[in-house]
Design a binder for this molecule. Structure first.
Ligand code: ACM
Length: 523
């Protein structure tokens, strides 16, 4: 009965809209509650939409951090609405952010929308922030523009109750193969935040460039950071710049996970200090794209002085819990040396108060207590290699899943994709979304899977538009795998929600790949 009446009302409303024939882009129906990415855990539509108007205020009951989330929301909404949207701590307000004890967890929230307002309730400021991203996506895409738009600014009525499936939802940017400025990294952070990603892994060193100033070894950045793939001028972050990235990421509720890749992928360091080489001779800087040719000298004590200094300085700059030590493709290090190196280096990370993350080759050594291994194999990686990772997981090593033929954002979508690589295969949008992190590595305990991460390697990636067109639209799918309950997983439903993001990317000036797999609105 209620449903029939509801449909009749909807038909009547649509008819009135058509008959009224008001020209212009303004939609008088709000987007359906729940048409967002990542899919919320629970959506109960119903009731009257809320309309943001000139007289709307944003009230926040809570700490300084909650207040900053309210200011962030106001900053998002002011340019396109043209409204004042004062942030208040008392009195009536159309939008309310409330910190409250409740079953929300560290990042969950509830959003209640109706005639009188929208209230986002969470136990922690992070939950308020994620709820704000939901509110943002429920508003028309024009809300993303930086000039005043006509509205109306309607939010569908009902309740969204939401919390993440996994605590670790990451994206990696390789700033070594090509250097990216602080502004470029911050632009990417804003895209990650829109999809509730909470870990930013920065690949800070590789054969082609060392990208962070280290006071005790100044030639690492000054010389080792002076070029990049193709021979351009490269660059590095001063400590102040790195702190600024950390600060900006934290303001979007992302934790920075810095990576110093060792013992391979170290040509930039070896070129900067002859003494780090077993033969005492520094190789030239490297601007090509081969892998596996460099190694720190495992037998030299100076290697561990170097690692200690770098990790000490990096840990002091990094408030996050993790320090990624790489460990992939150490093809120029013997297995015995690799194991010996990791046995020496992991305790250094612990000494400076951080938890080790390594690429999954670390499971071939002795992963430290509490370490996480990042799996970057393929669907058809050999059984022995997978068994080694699964065994480590059974013994307590946590897993971050980054299967390269699913979530490497630098893989080409099709043979015709102008950028990217194809060594792991072609990865269309459906392929990147349509797998389950919970069952991907058969035999790994479900509790070992801490989440997912989408790496973007940058051998072929130079500009903001390059980043955007490879990340979007695959990144939102990986974000959804990390956030949404397995029960919501459906390509047919997802592709419709994904298509609805396109006008938002257009409004934000984000170029994206118009995959033929997705029912995009007409451009
Ligand atoms: C990797 O792609 N070498 C981790």
């Amino acid at each position: 009965m209620g449903r029939v009446l509801g449909s009749l009302l909807l038909v009547a409303a649509a008819g009135a809209f058509t008959a009224g024939a008001a020209p212009g882009p303004a939609a008088t129906e709000p987007a359906p509650l729940g048409r967002i990415v990542p899919a919320p855990a629970s959506v109960t539509p119903g009731g009257t939409p809320y309309r943001i108007t000139r007289s709307t205020a944003i009230r926040v009951d809570g700490s300084g951090a909650a207040h900053r989330v309210a200011e962030y929301l106001a900053d998002l909404l002011r340019p396109s609405t043209g409204y004042r949207l004062p942030v208040t701590t008392h009195g009536a307000a159309g939008i309310r952010l409330v910190l409250s004890h409740g079953p929300f967890g560290a990042e969950g929230y509830r959003l209640d929308s109706g005639r009188d307002g929208v209230t986002i309730t969470a136990a922690e400021p992070a939950g308020l922030f994620h709820g704000v991203q939901t509110l943002r996506q429920l508003l028309p895409a024009a809300v993303e523009k930086d000039t005043v738009q006509p509205g109306p600014w309607l939010v569908a009525g009902g309740t969204v109750t939401d919390r993440p499936r996994y605590a670790y939802r990451g994206a990696m940017l390789d700033v070594s193969r090509h250097f990216f400025t602080v502004a470029q990294v911050e632009r990417y952070i804003d895209q990650l935040a829109l999809y509730k990603i909470n870990e930013l892994h920065l690949h800070l060193s590789d054969d082609q460039g060392w990208r962070l100033a280290v006071d005790s070894w100044p030639r690492l950045a000054g010389y080792g950071g002076s070029t990049q793939v193709g021979g351009g001028k490269g660059g590095y972050y001063t400590k102040a710049e790195y702190r600024e990235i950390v600060r900006y990421a934290a303001s979007r509720y992302l934790e920075v996970v810095p990576e110093i890749d060792m013992p391979g992928h170290t040509n930039a360091a070896l070129a900067s200090y002859a003494g780090l080489n077993c033969d005492g001779t520094a190789p030239p800087l490297y601007t090509g794209t081969e892998v596996g040719f460099s190694s720190l000298c495992v037998d030299k004590e100076v290697t561990y002085d170097f690692v200690d200094d770098v990790i000490r300085e990096l840990a002091a700059l990094t408030p996050g819990r993790y320090l990624h030590i790489g460990g992939d493709e150490a093809h120029s290090t013997s297995h015995a040396d690799y194991v010996a190196f990791m046995d020496r280096v992991q305790p250094i990370v612990a000494k400076y108060g951080k938890t080790v993350i390594g690429w999954h080759q670390l499971t071939g050594a002795h992963p430290a207590q509490g370490a996480l291994a990042q799996y970057w194999g393929l669907d058809d990686t050999g059984a022995d290699e997978k068994a080694q990772v699964v065994n480590a997981a059974r013994n307590g090593t946590g897993l971050i899943l980054s299967p390269a033929d699913r979530v490497y954002l630098d893989m080409k979508y099709t043979e015709d994709t102008p950028l990217g690589q194809d060594w792991a295969g072609l990865v269309e949008v459906r392929r990147s979304y349509d797998w389950d992190p919970g069952t991907y590595l058969a035999g790994a305990p479900a509790s070992a899977v801490r989440g997912v991460e989408a790496p973007l390697w940058t051998e072929t990636i130079v500009t903001d538009a390059d980043i955007d067109s490879m990340a979007i639209p695959r990144l939102p799918g990986v974000a959804e795998l990390g956030w949404s309950p397995a029960a919501t997983h459906s390509w047919d439903a997802y592709k419709v929600r994904l298509a609805a993001q396109a006008p938002r990317w257009d409004a934000l000036g984000i170029p994206y790949y118009r995959s033929p797999q997705v029912p995009w609105p007409a451009a």
